[in-house]
Design a binder for this molecule. Structure first.
Ligand code: AMP
Length: 205
């Protein structure tokens, strides 16, 4: 099962991706998490990607593609995977289509006007990628590994607007792209986490 989960920044992709991967024993491949890990580890790739990410821009395709190919070729992806945050534009989708066949592209439909607030309260663990909201983690600690939760540099209000613009211009057209390929499943992403998850599971059956 080769899956993609798409949706605007703050649509809950990462949260839903983690639930799907747990239920179906699939590796969760988030290019955003891979990039943040490279930044935290101080790698050359991380250094090159950081300024783009901090500005809410897409990291150049060649950097992200190299990262993705490297990850998808690992043994745990042999029987399937879930891509979260990739592809982000048509060039990436075309490149992906040359390496693997995508069975289903899940698209979380959201109200773009409400996403800025969601992102303002988002908290992430840079160690394990766990994501939650400030309200759900009043002690500021990761529920999974105990590390300190932080606000992503690119979740600051001034950057969020740019990320939503980049999404509308580059990534939203991929909904039509995968519809034409006959693999698109639209999901109402404005429901509770559990309801969205149920709708996804029904779509995957
Ligand atoms: P995310 O965690 O998916 O919201 O990604 C955070 C940031 O990482 C994005 O705003 C981009 O700067 C960068 N990024 C993640 N995935 C990609 C991708 N597939 N192509 C280009 N940039 C990406």
């Amino acid at each position: 099962m080769n899956l993609i989960i798409m949706g605007a920044p703050g649509s809950g992709k990462g949260t839903q991706a983690a639930l799907i991967c747990k239920a179906h024993s699939l590796p969760h491949i988030s290019t955003g998490d891979l990039l943040r890990k490279n930044i935290a580890d101080g790698t050359e790739l991380g250094k090159q990607a950081k300024s783009f990410m901090d500005a809410g821009k897409l990291v150049p395709d060649e950097l992200v593609l190299a990262l993705l190919k490297d990850r998808i070729e690992q043994a745990d992806c042999k029987n399937g995977f879930l891509l979260d945050g990739f592809p982000r534009n048509k060039a990436q989708a075309d490149a992906l289509g040359k390496i693997v066949t995508i069975d289903t592209a899940l698209n979380l439909e959201t109200d773009l006007n409400k996403l800025a607030d969601r992102m303002a309260s988002r908290r992430v663990c840079l160690k394990c990628g766990y994501t939650t909201s400030a309200q759900d983690a009043p002690d500021g600690k990761c529920k999974v590994c105990g590390d300190t939760l932080v606000i992503r540099d690119d979740d600051k209000r001034e950057v969020v607007e740019n990320r939503l613009k980049v999404y509308a211009e580059n990534t939203a057209p991929l909904v039509q792209y995968y519809k034409e390929k006959g693999v698109l499943k639209n999901i109402d992403g404005m429901q509770t986490i559990e309801q969205v998850n149920n709708a996804i599971e029904a779509a995957l059956k």
